[in-house]
Design a protein around this ligand. Structure first.
Ligand code: HEC
Length: 187
């Protein structure tokens, strides 16, 4: 009887999933500064393998980010890596446009090649410009057209994530955020 049980269990083993899929909800995101800073952006890993994500993020010649990787430059936009083969067109990255406030996140848009940011610009169309070895990560020297935001504006946006503990802004960051505000009002 015992032998039969073992044989039965062994027969089941091959059908168990090798790795669980990456599931993402509004609760997957929080204060951007609780993620790990890498140069100007932040990373995390929803599967707990931060080390594997950091290895690629810090690699001098790029590489493929592991499943579960979360990458953010600003609180309202995120890229999350799914299992290999999930969406080959985007190298398995899913794009998110997130409305954030102190107590909750709301996912306004999520998906693959079709997702636009709230200014109507397509995430993938910009990120696919990155040279192949960078796995759709643009930074400022991977071949993507630059953002219309200055580095100081980006720092200011990161420091004013409403989900984080308040952090003081420098005079330059304050001025940059005011400039950004008036640019947005004109558009
Ligand atoms: C107009 C082109 C453009 C659009 C549209 C765009 N991005 Fe980006 N994104 C960039 C560039 C360029 C950078 C790098 C900026 C820097 O580091 O100075 C960047 C940075 C990022 C980063 C940090 C990692 C990296 O690639 O450097 C993430 C994550 C990101 N964008 C997600 C998104 C998501 C999600 C959307 C859509 C909701 C989106 N982006 C739309 C051009 C774009």
């Amino acid at each position: 009887m015992k032998h039969l049980m073992i044989a039965f269990m062994a027969a089941l083993l091959p059908v168990l999933p090798v790795s669980a899929e990456v599931s993402v909800s509004a609760d997957s995101f929080g204060c951007i500064r609780d993620l790990t800073p890498v140069r100007g952006f932040f990373v995390g890993n929803l599967k707990g393998d931060l080390e594997a994500t950091l290895k690629v993020a810090h690699s001098d010649n790029g590489g493929r980010y592991p499943p579960g990787s979360v990458v953010q430059l600003v609180p309202t936009e995120a890229m999350v890596k799914h299992e290999q083969g999930f969406n080959p067109a985007t190298n398995d990255w899913e794009f998110f446009d997130i409305a954030v406030s102190a107590d909750k996140n709301e996912i306004l848009a999520r998906g693959f090649t079709e997702v636009n940011n709230r200014f109507g610009r397509n995430c993938f169309a910009c990120h696919v410009q990155a040279d192949k070895q960078w796995d759709l990560i643009c930074e400022n020297d991977h071949g993507c057209a630059p953002l219309a935001l200055t580095e100081t504006m980006i720092r200011g946006i990161q420091k004013t994530d409403p989900r984080c503990e308040p952090q003081a802004l420098s005079d330059e960051e304050q001025a940059a955020l005011q400039q950004l505000q008036s640019l947005l009002e004109k558009n």
